[in-house]
Design a protein around this ligand. Sequence first.
Ligand SMILES: [Zn+2]
Length: 369
Amino acid sequence: MFKNAIQIGKLWGIPLRLHYSFLIILPFLAWAFGNNIRALAELAGIPLTSLGANPYFLGFLMAIALFTSVALHELSHSLVARKKGVHIHSINLMLFGGVAQMDEIPEDPKDEAMIAFAGPILSLVLGGILIGGATLFRGVIVADMQLMFLYLGWMNLFLAVFNLIPAFPTDGGRVLRAILAGRMPFLQATKIAATIGKGFAFAFGILGLLTANFILVFIAFFIYIGASQEYQTLFIKNTLEGFRVSDLMTEDVKVVDEETVVSELVDRMFVERHSGYPVTRNGEVIGLVTMGDVRRVEPEMQSQTRVREIMSSNIIKADPNEDIYLALRRMSQEDVGRLMVMKGGQLVGIITRSDIMKGFRLREMQSGT
Ligand SMILES: [Zn+2]
C-alpha cells in the first residue's frame, strides 16, 4: 500500500515517509494558501499592507507547516503506541494527512483508546499554543509570522476536532471501537464501528456534493474505503486464527535448475499446473521464477533464455511455525504471490495466496457462514 513513498528521515527511530501523492498536493496547497492570503488576513484582522512576504512564499511555508503539524500528530500516536508495546513500522504522509503504520492493533481496548486520543490531544495543545502565541505577541512579531501562527493554530484545532468525529477509522472512531470492544468481541465491535464510519462517509459525501466541496467528497471516500478494509482485514485474520504456515503449505515443492531454458519451464508449467518455481543452483535455492517473469520473454527468445536470467533473486521466506496471517501480511507488503518456507536454511515447502484461500474457505465452511 505504501510502496510509492520516499523516506526523508527518522524521528525517534521511526521512519518518516512521503507518499508521492503528497508531493503532488504540496504545490497545490501552497498555491491555494497563497491565493487566499488576502481573505485570511482579513479574517485575522491583519492589514494586508503590513504583510511583507510574497503571498505564495507564505503559502508554501504554510503548506509545509501544515504537514509538519500532521506529522507531529502521527508522531504523538506513534510514541504512545510504542510505550504500549506496539511496533510502529513508519509514519506516512500522503495526499490527505498522514498515517502511522502499526504492525498490529493493541490487544487491550484501553491502550487503543489512549493511542487514538494521543494525536488529537497534541493537535489541540499545538493549536492552543500557536493561537495564544500569535495573540499574545501581536505587534511584537512581524505580521506575516502572526498570520501564519494564527492560521496554523486554527488548522491544528480543526485537525483535532475532525479526527475526533467517530467516523471509524478516524481517531474518534477508534475510541468508539475501544469502548464497544469492552463489551463485546473485538470483531463485532469493529463491525459496528465500521458501519457507523460508513454512515458518516455517506453523509460527508452527500454534503460534499451538495456544497461542491470536493475535498469533503474525497475524505468521505477515504473513510468508506478505510472502514471496509479494516473490517475485512480483521475478519480474515480472525477466520485464519490458529493456522500455521505448515498447515497450508505445499510440501512437495517442484524446483527448477537455474540453467533450464525458459521454453522447457513453460512446458513444465503447463503439465504441472504451477505458476511459480524456486530456482536452484547445485540443489540450493537461489531465487524464484514465476509466470510473470516468463511472460516478459519474447516467444522466439524462450529457447535461448535461461531461467537464471529472468528469475528474481529476492527470496521472501516464511517459517513453517509462523502464524499464517503474518505470512499473508508479508505477501501483501512485499507484493508477492508466494513465500518459500525454509527451515534451517532448507526449503521445506511453498505457500501461495491460493493455499491460504483454501484454508480460509475451509474455516468458513466449518463455521457454517
Ligand atoms: Zn490521528
